[in-house]
Design a protein around this ligand. Structure first.
Ligand code: PLP
Length: 395
């Protein structure tokens, strides 16, 4: 019999909320007009587009005119950074961090090819950014600091407020990739003075293929997708109306469910984490235990291979992900864990569990029941798991 699915990979993507799907369906069935059309069958849909924009703006506490819809978080990150760099060709330096998502990290080589300098700031063992290093990296040529809001692998929150203060004094723009923050922690753009903020619908129960960029009012930025006049000429392309409407609904749900992240998701995440740490020897949590989003736990399980672990967990219906080589499709182990100085024996066995408001205690209990047996079996097979290794680890 196939085991029941236990989905703990919500940082990869989330289920579409049933309410979101309901809201989208009319736009996939009958209301298929183009919102930019002159006739009412299309033009009347403008109001649905704008309602979605208002709902997203409400979640972020910004003005609807500051919300530009895009196709995903990756596009939003590219739009923010490339759009700003192109708008200010007289400046030649961008600061980012060693723990960015590839949607930002992999822009580094592109920017360098264009002749810009890119500085990546490091983190400590808990994944916290070194603000002194950041300050020292700034010079008269610095245009932008781009920093991840909540890390997708560890959940660690960056000190974005402090970074804004540092940047503001020096006339530098701030972009934050908040793809893993939106819907998990309160975000108030009236208080957080970032210039640009990226988000992605499928991380908070909207469908894949829709996202957005907050662009602070008055900011000069070049469009990334050059085309028609949509999105006030900031992003060409016929609007993905059904998905945008879905993301608007999801934003409303996220806003009302935000307290559940603390009251429900965090205790379940902590139960999972404590349960693993206490039942499986040689395990540790990667990332600051306090400065984290409530849904994410990255657990280093020494002396096992992440891929083997995920496959064994899959047999129990458990979906999670690993920061080690193959799962991410690259040959390198996680650049985030390496930047944190996580030891080799743990990086390879690191597993990221990411919960949502749909996660139940029964699911967490089932994972806690299965994990010790899975890990013990794999360790018995592992060439690394000898007594010397255990002693070297300090056990
Ligand atoms: N930024 C972060 C922090 C992410 O976690 C992701 C996706 O995992 C992205 C950007 C890219 O978002 P999308 O999949 O919508 O392109």
């Amino acid at each position: 019999m196939k085991p029941e699915l236990i989905y703990l990979d919500n940082n990869a993507t989330t289920r579409v909320a049933p309410e979101v799907l309901e809201e989208m369906l009319p736009f996939l069935r009958d209301s298929y007009g183009n919102p930019s059309s002159m006739y009412s069958f299309g033009g009347r849909l403008q109001k649905d587009l704008e309602l979605a924009r208002e709902r997203v703006a409400d979640l972020l506490n910004c003005s609807p005119v500051e919300v530009v819809f895009t196709s995903c978080g990756t596009e939003s990150d590219n739009f923010a950074i490339r759009g700003l760099v192109d708008a200010y060709p007289e400046k030649g330096h961008v600061i980012t961090t060693k723990v960015e998502h590839p949607a930002v990290k992999n822009l580094g080589p592109y920017l360098r090819k264009k002749g810009l300098r890119v500085t990546e700031i490091g983190v400590d063992r808990r994944g916290n950014l070194d603000l002194e290093e950041l300050k020292a990296a700034i010079d008269g040529d610095t245009l932008l600091i781009s920093v991840i809001y909540a890390n997708n692998e560890t959940g660690v929150l960056s000190p974005v407020q402090e970074i804004c203060e540092i940047a503001r004094e020096r006339g530098i723009f701030v972009h934050t990739d908040a793809v893993q923050g939106v819907g998990k922690v309160p975000l108030d753009l009236a208080r957080l003075p970032v210039d640009l903020l990226s988000f992605s619908g499928h991380k908070f129960h909207a469908p894949k293929g829709v996202g957005g960029l907050f662009v602070r009012r008055g900011l000069k930025i070049r469009p990334f997708l050059i085309g028609g006049h949509q999105e006030r000429s900031r992003r060409g392309g016929t609007e993905n109306l059904a998905s945008i409407v879905g993301m608007g609904k999801a934003a409303g749900l996220a806003r009302s469910r935000l307290p559940m992240e603390e009251s429900m998701v965090r205790p379940l995440r902590d139960k999972l984490e404590q349960g693993i740490l206490s039942s499986i020897p040689h395990t540790e949590v990667n990332g600051d235990p306090e400065r984290r989003v409530p849904n994410t736990s990255n657990v280093g399980i020494h002396f096992v291979e992440g891929e083997a672990l995920l496959l064994a967990m899959d047999k129990h219906g458990i979906c999670a992900s690993t920061g080690s080589a193959c799962a991410s499709g690259s040959l390198q182990p996680s650049h985030v864990l390496r930047a944190m100085g996580v030891p080799f024996t743990s990086i390879h066995g690191s597993v990221r569990f990411s919960l949502s408001t749909y996660t139940t205690e029964k699911e967490i209990d089932a994972v806690l029941e299965a994990m010790p047996g899975i890990v013990n079996r794999l360790r018995d097979l592992s060439p690394f798991h000898s007594m010397e290794d255990v002693q070297a680890f300090g056990a």
